[in-house]
Design a binder for this molecule. Structure first.
Ligand code: PLP
Length: 577
C-alpha cells in the first residue's frame, strides 16, 4: 500500500492527528536518497573506499582488450598533452595541495572515486590562474582557456567589468579605508537600489550567501515562533548545517524538513503542520528539481537528467506563494545564484512571484564577497517592540565593509544606468536557448552521445548512452581549452557578455572534445547495457569490498556490465589476473 492510500485510511479511521501528520510528511518525501537525508547519511557511511588498478581502470565496463588499449593510448596522449602544457601550474598544485584543504577536496571529487587514483596522478589541471581578460583566463604556464566555470556564478558581465567595479569602488572609499561599524555613505544608495530591485522594504548585508540564508531563516523563526525550515529535495542553499541535512553534515538537522519540489503532497504538509517557520526555495534548482546539484564525481552511469518548464515551475511557485500566505509562513527565495542572472529583477521577476524574504550574493558584490538579505519590514526587524530585551541578534564584523559596499554600488549603478549592460538581458533566454539548440544539432549530426541542457546561461551536459566513463569528457574539454569548475560537465556557467564568435569557439571545442573522446573508445558499450545494470554492478563491487574482498575481477565486471552471466569459457580479454 502506498503512503497516499495509508493516509486516506488514517483519515477514515480517525487516527490521531500526529500519526496522520507523520504519514503526510512521509508522503512529501522524494524517493531518492536526496529526499531522505538521514538515510543518505547512513548509507554514505557504509560505502567503502577502493580504487581500480591500472588494468581495471580502462575496462571497468568489461570492454574488450582492443577498446581498453584504445582508451589507454588516449589517456596517455591526454596526460602527455596536459603535463606538457600545464607543467608549472601542476607543480604548484602538487606542492600547495598538502596545506590547502579545499584543493584536496576538489581534486579528490572530480571523478567517481573508483577512478580517481590514476586520474589524480596523471591528468593534471589548472588550479592556479594568473590573469583574466574578456571571456578567457590564463594559467601559470601562459595557457588561455575559455571560462565556462563562471566563478561559481559571480561572473555575469565579464571579468573586466568586475575589475572595474573593484578599482572604481576602492577609489571611492579610499579616504575612509576599512573602517567598520559606522557606514560609508555609499551604503544608503545600495539600500535604495536593492529595495527597488527586490520590491521589499529593508536590506541587511552579510559576507556570503550562506550567511544571508542563515539570517533569513533565523528571522523567520524569530517572528513566527516556529522551529522548522522547509527546503526542497536536493536544493543547495550554502554550507550551513541546517540547509545541508544530508551527507557531509556531522550533525543531524533536526529542525529541517526536506520535501518534494513541485508536489501536491508538500503543499499538504505546509497546510497542516504548525511548526513550519519558513519555506526556502532555490528557484528551479537550476534545472534539477528534486535532485542535488550535478557533479561528475557522481557520474557513475549516464542517467543525469535535467530540464525545466518555466510555466509549470512559475505555476508551482504561485501555489506555494498562496499556501504560504494562507498559513502565515514566510516564503524565502534564495536568489544567491540566479538573482540578476535570469533577469535584472531575478527569479521574482522571471517567474512573476513575490517572496517575503529574498537572498542575493555572488555577482552583487561587484567581484567582492557578499551576501544580502532583502525582506518585508515586519520580518526584518531584529527586536520586539513589546519585549525590549527579546532580540534577534545577528551582526558580523565585516558586514557592510566599505570596499565591498563601493564595489556593489558600482555594480548596481551600472545595472541601472549602462545601456550596453541592460541590453545583455534583451532576448537573453532566446539567445542561450538558440545556442544550446545549435550545439545539440551539431552533436547529433555527427552522432556524438552528448547533449547540453540549459536554463538561460546555466548549462549541464547529459549523456545519451550508458557508460561508466562520461566524466572523462571534462579532461578532453580541458585539453580543448575550456576552464571548467570542479563539478566538471555537471555545470557550465556562461557570462552574459559571450559574443556569437566567442560562443562559436566554445561550441567548436565542445564538439572537438567529444569527438576525440569517442575516437579514444570511452563510449564503447556492450549491446544491451543499461544504466541500471551499471549501477547494480557498482553496488555489487561495493558489497564485495565491504566484505573484505577485492572489487570484481574484469571477468565479473564484463558479466555485470552486460547484466548477464558470461558463459563458461567466454573470453574476457580484459582479465589479466
Ligand atoms: C542558491 C545558493 N544559496 C546559497 C549559496 C551560498 O553562497 P556562498 O557560497 O556565498 O556562501 C549558494 C552558493 O553557491 C547558492 O547557489
Amino acid at each position: 500500500m502506498d503512503t497516499y492510500s495509508l493516509l486516506l485510511l488514517a483519515g477514515a479511521a480517525g487516527l490521531a492527528p500526529a500519526i496522520r501528520q507523520r504519514l503526510e510528511l512521509s508522503a512529501a518525501k522524494h524517493r531518492s536518497a536526496a529526499g531522505h537525508p538521514r538515510l543518505a547519511r547512513r548509507v554514505a557511511a557504509l560505502v567503502p573506499a577502493y580504487e581500480y588498478d591500472e588494468a581495471a581502470f580502462f575496462c571497468a565496463d568489461g570492454a574488450p582488450e582492443a577498446i581498453s588499449a584504445q582508451r589507454r593510448a588516449g589517456f596517455e596522449r591526454l596526460a602527455g598533452t596536459l603535463a606538457a602544457r600545464h607543467g608549472s601550474t601542476a607543480a604548484l598544485g602538487a606542492s600547495a595541495e598538502g596545506g590547502l584543504s579545499d584543493l584536496q577536496l576538489v581534486n579528490r571529487y572530480r571523478v567517481p572515486f573508483q577512478f580517481r587514483g590514476l586520474v589524480r596522478a596523471r591528468l593534471k589541471g589548472a588550479s592556479f590562474l594568473t590573469a583574466s581578460a574578456g571571456v578567457q583566463v590564463t594559467d601559470l604556464d601562459g595557457n588561455t582557456a575559455y571560462d565556462v566555470a563562471g566563478s561559481y556564478g559571480v561572473n555575469l558581465f565579464g571579468y573586466d567589468f568586475y575589475k572595474e567595479c573593484i578599482e572604481r569602488g576602492v577609489e571611492r572609499v579610499r579616504a575612509l579605508g576599512p573602517v567598520l561599524g559606522a557606514y560609508h555613505p555609499v551604503v544608503a544608495d545600495n539600500v535604495a537600489r536593492l529595495k527597488q530591485i527586490s520590491g521589499l522594504d529593508e536590506v541587511s548585508f552579510h559576507m556570503s550567501g550562506t550567511e544571508a540564508v542563515m539570517q533569513a531563516v533565523r528571522l523567520a523563526r524569530y517572528h513566527t515562533g516556529r522551529t522548522h525550515l522547509v527546503r526542497f529535495c536536493g536544493a543547495y542553499h550554502g554550507w550551513w548545517g541546517e540547509v545541508q541535512p544530508g551527507v557531509g553534515n556531522p550533525m543531524p538537522a533536526e529542525a529541517t524538513y526536506t520535501l518534494k519540489d513541485m508536489d501536491e503532497a508538500s503543499l499538504r504538509v505546509l497546510r497542516r503542520r504548525r511548526d513550519i517557520a519558513c519555506v526556502l526555495v532555490n528557484p528551479l534548482q537550476v534545472l534539477h528539481p528534486n535532485a542535488a546539484p550535478p557533479g561528475d564525481s557522481a557520474l557513475i552511469a549516464s542517467d543525469r537528467a535535467a530540464g525545466f518548464d518555466r510555466a509549470a515551475y512559475g505555476a508551482w511557485l504561485k501555489r506555494l506563494r498562496d499556501v504560504c500566505s494562507e498559513r502565515g509562513i514566510p516564503l524565502i527565495f534564495d536568489e544567491v545564484f540566479v538573482g540578476f542572472r535570469l533577469a535584472p529583477g531575478g527569479a521574482q521577476e522571471y517567474f512573476g512571484v513575490r517572496a517575503d524574504l529574498v537572498t542575493y550574493g555572488k555577482t552583487l558584490g561587484g567581484g567582492l564577497p557578499v551576501g544580502v538579505l532583502c525582506g518585508k519590514a515586519a520580518l526584518m526587524r531584529r527586536y520586539s517592540e513589546e519585549h525590549p530585551v527579546d532580540l534577534c541578534l545577528a551582526r558580523g564584523t565585516f558586514n557592510a565593509h566599505p570596499y565591498v559596499m563601493a564595489a556593489m554600488n558600482e555594480f548596481l549603478q551600472a545595472l541601472d544606468e549602462r545601456a550596453p549592460l541592460r541590453r545583455l538581458y534583451d532576448g537573453l533566454d532566446e539567445t542561450w536557448n538558440r545556442r544550446a539548440e545549435a550545439l545539440n544539432e551539431r552533436l547529433q549530426a555527427v552522432d556524438l552521445p552528448v547533449r547540453v541542457r540549459n536554463l538561460s546561461t546555466i548549462w549541464t551536459v547529459c549523456y545519451l548512452q550508458p557508460s561508466r566513463y562520461n566524466w572523462m569528457l571534462q579532461y578532453y574539454l580541458r585539453e580543448a581549452g575550456l576552464l571548467l569548475g570542479w563539478v566538471g560537465t555537471g555545470r557550465f556557467i556562461f557570462s552574459l557578455n559571450y559574443t556569437e564568435a566567442e560562443f562559436a569557439a566554445v561550441a567548436e571545442r565542445i564538439a572537438a572534445a567529444a569527438r576525440a573522446m569517442q575516437a579514444d573508445g570511452w563510449w564503447w558499450h556492450r549491446p544491451g547495457l543499461t544504466n541500471r545494470a551499471i549501477r547494480r554492478g557498482v553496488l555489487k563491487e561495493m558489497l564485495r569490498v565491504s566484505l573484505g574482498r577485492a572489487p570484481l575481477s574484469a571477468r565479473e565486471r564484463a558479466a555485470t556490465a552486460a547484466d548477464v552471466p558470461l558463459a563458461a569459457g567466454t573470453a574476457a580479454p580484459c582479465d589479466r589476473a
